[in-house]
Design a binder for this molecule. Structure first.
Ligand code: DON
Length: 599
């Protein structure tokens, strides 16, 4: 699990592009989420149907549903429920999600993002002196819990597009929660390293031994509380979670916590999933890329970056972009400068569209070729270091920029069914283990499901030092800005679906998705090879490179152009499926425990 075999395997695949240089260790900033190893994975090619998810048991549950004639949407429900059992640290009933759907005719975007409780306000993360509490302090406890939305969203999509009965889709998760699943290596390491989770009595009793060390890898962990909650939801639908005794227990958990929150029964009962208009953007003459609109910043950042790179003269493309098996300094310079410009716009503009207007009334204004060309004109031979937000519609600047905040605890699912319908679903409880609050749903049984800390995806301070409002400030009922980028790519020539992909990774998600799309659709790699490429990006500060994956010469070439280079973990969790002449080719990120199953 912990070797660098994947790099060694990858290098010959990219040998056409140059020769291997030695990896360069360097001092790094702290990683937002513990890296837990590397596992080489095969590309899986399936003729008929395919499911890719962050855990083998989840992918298997998805495939089984497809084999029974289920649609991609049916499989997605089953996969999400199994993930709640086997990868509880990342997503589940206590969180939110965005789902992109291709139903064979149209692309749809379903929003199950958490909402701020009605009693939330912009000052809830401020200390008496008006400064925001430190980020980790903000994460822990009831205060950061937003109203969960994933279940209501899945129920709404299933009602319109599902084929198998709702209750059937819960059977695999209920069985696994009852029988127990072995603690995996990734979960074990995250449990061992997490500084906060042991402070929650239920979580401590469930995941740790009496001496405070986590149950060992392979220990079979039964989750009777989650099994009971899943059984209720299977029978009664989302009402079982959003109303009645389970809702009452969640509210009591949040409000009774040492760091109390403001979630109410009315918030839970009133939660509504939304259908949004997806953003679809042409990329080169070949591809049309459809992704999630605000409150996600994902598609906007992704397509701004890719569009700016294409608007820059002389940027190497194809194999010429790759040196020594990794993207070379010329391409990285262009990409990370584009990233600075895109993340500056993200900090200025992107927030819940029900509260904050798009510049010029349309988010697509941020993606217009003429605007991206103006932004590209700001890129020179030396790094900008830090970019300013642009002005797509010559609007007066009333808004402050949102400062960067760490983010970490999410899962991505990509599925294509036998009829060619497809799902890209990214689902999250925000941090690993969310708010570190394990709710037993009032069952009194061991285990349960984790509640999200999604309210820390809002700016913790509502204004900047000059008192100007941040677009992504907390307001009652508002959905926090996200970076999740569930993405469907289509062939512009015939409109057919080419790819479904996405990743966890917080603010880095658009970079991970951009890497996989560029690696496959521009550099000729298969999705597994592209997932294994080293990660890179910028959040409008330093240029960040995946630790020990780039040759010293690349770091030096970037530094010579004025880049402040930092090496860090950049633990992506990409899942992708791509159409090929042989069938659907599926990939799971070597950095996590994901798997692809198909036939
Ligand atoms: O919605 C978002 O963008 C974040 N809450 C996602 C966090 C995440 O991906 C953490 N993953 N490792």
């Amino acid at each position: 699990m912990t070797t660098r075999r994947g790099l060694l395997l990858l290098l010959p695949l990219l040998a056409a592009a140059g020769c291997a240089g030695p990896p360069t260790p360097a001092p790094t900033p702290p990683a937002p989420e513990a890296a837990t190893g590397w596992t080489d994975k095969p590309l899986v090619v399936a003729r008929r149907q395919i499911a890719a998810a962050a855990h083998p048991l989840a992918a298997e549950a998805g495939l089984q549903v497809l084999r029974e004639g289920g649609r991609a949407v049916d499989a997605a429900v089953a996969v999400q429920m199994v993930l709640n059992v086997v990868e509880p640290q990342s997503s589940g009933l206590g969180g939110g999600a965005f789902l992109m759907l291709w139903d064979g005719r149209e692309v749809q975007a379903w929003d199950g993002r958490e909402t701020a409780p009605a009693a939330a306000d912009g000052a809830m993360f401020l200390r008496p002196d008006g400064t925001p509490v430190p980020f980790q302090e903000a994460v822990f406890g009831g205060r950061s819990v937003g109203t969960p939305g994933v279940l209501r969203m899945l129920e709404a999509v299933h009602r319109e597009h599902g084929r198998l009965p709702w209750a059937r889709l819960f059977a695999p998760a209920i069985a696994l929660a009852e029988q127990g699943v072995p603690v995996g290596e990734r979960l074990h390491r995250q449990l061992a390293g997490d500084p906060l989770l042991r402070r929650d009595a239920r979580a401590r009793a469930f995941w740790y031994r009496a001496d405070g060390t986590p149950h060992p890898v392979g220990h079979r962990l039964r989750n009777p509380a989650l099994a009971a909650v899943l059984r209720a939801v299977a029978q009664q639908g989302s009402a079982a979670l959003h109303e009645g005794p389970i809702a009452q227990a969640m509210v009591a958990d949040v409000r009774g916590h040492a760091v109390p929150g403001r979630l109410s029964l009315a918030d839970l009962a009133g939660y509504r999933a939304l259908r949004r208009v997806p953003l679809c953007t042409d990329w080169s003459p070949h591809w049309r890329v459809c992704g999630f609109p605000p409150p996600s910043s994902g598609h906007l950042a992704l397509m701004q970056m890719l569009g700016i790179v294409d608007a820059l003269p002389g940027v190497p493309d194809g194999a010429a972009a790759v040196h020594a098996g990794v993207p070379g300094p010329d391409w990285l310079h262009a990409y990370t400068e584009a990233a600075r410009l895109a993340y500056a716009d993200r900090a200025r503009y992107v927030a819940d569209p029900d509260f904050v207007a798009a510049p010029g009334g349309d988010w697509n204004r941020l993606l217009e070729p003429a605007y991206l060309a103006r932004r590209a004109a700001l890129v020179g031979p030396r790094s900008l270091g830090r970019a300013e937000a642009g002005d797509p519609v010559a609007a007066p600047r009333a808004q402050a920029d949102m400062p960067a905040q760490p983010e970490a605890g999410t899962s991505h699912i990509s599925i294509v069914d036998a009829d060619g319908r497809a799902v890209a679903l990214t689902s999250t409880i925000e941090s690993q283990f969310g708010a570190r609050l394990l709710s037993d749903g009032g069952t009194g049984l061991a285990g349960g499901f984790l509640l999200n800390n999604q309210l820390t995806d809002f700016a913790l301070a509502p204004t900047d030092a000059l008192g100007r409002p941040v677009a992504n400030r907390i307001e009652p009922g508002k959905r926090p800005r996200s970076s999740m980028s569930p993405t469907l790519v289509f062939d512009r020539r015939d409109g057919s679906l080419t790819m479904s992909l996405g990743s966890p990774g917080g603010a880095a998600i658009p970079h991970f998705v951009a890497k996989l799309m560029t690696g496959t659709l521009r550099w000729g790699l298969d999705p597994q090879q592209a997932a294994a490429l080293p990660n890179f990006g910028s959040f409008n500060g330093p240029t960040v490179l995946e630790r020990a994956r780039f040759p010293a010469a690349t770091l030096e070439a970037l530094e010579a152009r004025g880049h402040a280079v930092q090496e860090t973990e950049l633990t992506s969790g990409l899942q992708a499926v791509r159409r090929t002449p042989q069938g659907w080719a599926g990939a799971a990120d070597p950095r996590r425990e994901g798997a692809v199953r198909g036939d």
